[in-house]
Design a protein around this ligand. Structure first.
Ligand code: TXA
Ligand code: MG
Length: 321
């Protein structure tokens, strides 16, 4: 079982670092670790390089990518900075993406043709060192095929893309384990587009105002909000209190009903631990030979629990939703 109490490998050897930088500078795609999930990165200014990411993932071209930078000075080259952005930058480096009006040399395809772009400063030390040396914006979605579960280890990426990628940088298991919180602060009112480890309460406290829900027509703008997403191949049932034949239990907390196959998110009921374990547990149940359906126990909706439940609901939604 993964644990979120380990520490990351703090160093990347120089040869690897040079290899990654050379790939990025020549329009290549590199898989890299972040504190949330692994990403598939390319120079956000290079339309052809970014097109390659869309092709690798079979990602619809209307779904914009997040740019990753080393610091706010670099971020300000590519987005219109605002007071709300300033108030939220306190969570950087960290699992928060700000959607802002874009400017500068970001390729249109990176922003899916829109006038905004998502930006974040990831906290993983290896990736931070790479971004600092690159001194530019790296466009990166999660390193999974479109609509599938995000990868939280280098091995997940290897299994999904293997030979299709020239370089996968192994930075250990992701400590947060859920994709970043996405908040649109490009307009007058802050809109939460995707819940994550930077919680609603943390954002409202920093902004001094309540968050708004994204209007319905923003749903295509942010396909992470589509009903079916982050989905395992097998059906998933929510709020399970008992297990039926053939089901594998995704357990949370100390009181676990009898089941043949049990994977525990957190035996002590720790929501951060559960978030870090969620995607690896879903993958393991999805791949388990005796499991035909996944039964997920109730997870409380407080703090990062809102983001866990958001991902579980999307994993449970019918695939044509
Ligand atoms: O934690 C993360 O955010 C990871 C790591 C690699 O940084 N990245 C990630 O990227 O999850 P991706 O592409 O899998 O998810 C980005 C989400 C999508 O739901 C996308 O629609 C939304 O953010 N998004 C990106 N740019 C946007 C924009 N300009 N307006 C609205 N939504 C946007
Ligand atoms: Mg994704």
């Amino acid at each position: 079982m993964l644990s979120n109490s380990h520490s990351y490998p703090q160093y990347i050897d120089e040869a690897r670092k040079e290899q990654a930088l050379n790939l990025w500078r020549s329009g290549g795609v590199v898989a890299f670790p972040t504190e949330t999930v692994y990403g598939l990165g390319a120079d956000a200014r290079n339309g052809e390089a970014v097109a390659h990411i869309y092709a690798l993932k079979s990602r619809p071209r209307f779904n914009p990518l997040i740019i990753h930078v080393a610091d706010t000075t670099i971020a300000k080259r590519y987005v219109e900075w605002t007071p709300m952005a300033e108030a939220l930058a306190r969570f950087w480096p960290g699992p928060l993406t700000l959607v802002l009006k874009r400017k500068g040399e970001i390729a249109d395809i990176t922003a899916a043709g829109g006038d905004t772009v998502g930006v974040r400063i990831p906290a993983h030390p290896v990736t931070h060192a790479l971004l600092e040396a690159f001194d530019g914006p790296i466009a990166a979605p999660s390193a999974n095929r479109s609509g599938r579960i995000s990868p939280t280890t280098a091995q997940h990426v290897e299994r999904e893309f293997g030979a299709d990628l020239p370089l996968i940088i192994d930075g250990g298991a992701c400590i947060v384990g859920l994709e970043s919180t996405v908040i649109d602060v490009s307009g007058e009112k802050p809109c939460l587009l995707r819940p994550g480890a930077i919680t609603r309460a943390m954002l409202e406290e920093a902004l001094g105002q309540p968050l708004h829900e994204a209007p319905g027509d923003d749903r295509l703008k942010s396909p992470g909000m589509l009903a079916s997403h982050y989905a395992p191949g097998k059906p998933l049932r929510l709020n399970a209190t008992a297990c039926e034949a053939g089901e594998g239990l995704l357990a949370f907390g100390p009181d676990v009903p009898a089941a043949e196959t049990v994977l525990q998110l957190s035996a002590t009921g720790d929501l951060n631990e559960a978030a870090a374990n969620l995607f690896a547990c879903l993958r393991a149940l999805d791949e388990h030979p005796h499991v035909t359906r996944i039964a997920a126990m109730h997870v409380p909706d407080m703090g990062v629990g809102e983001a866990i439940n958001d991902r579980l609901r999307r994993a449970a939604a019918p695939k044509d939703a």
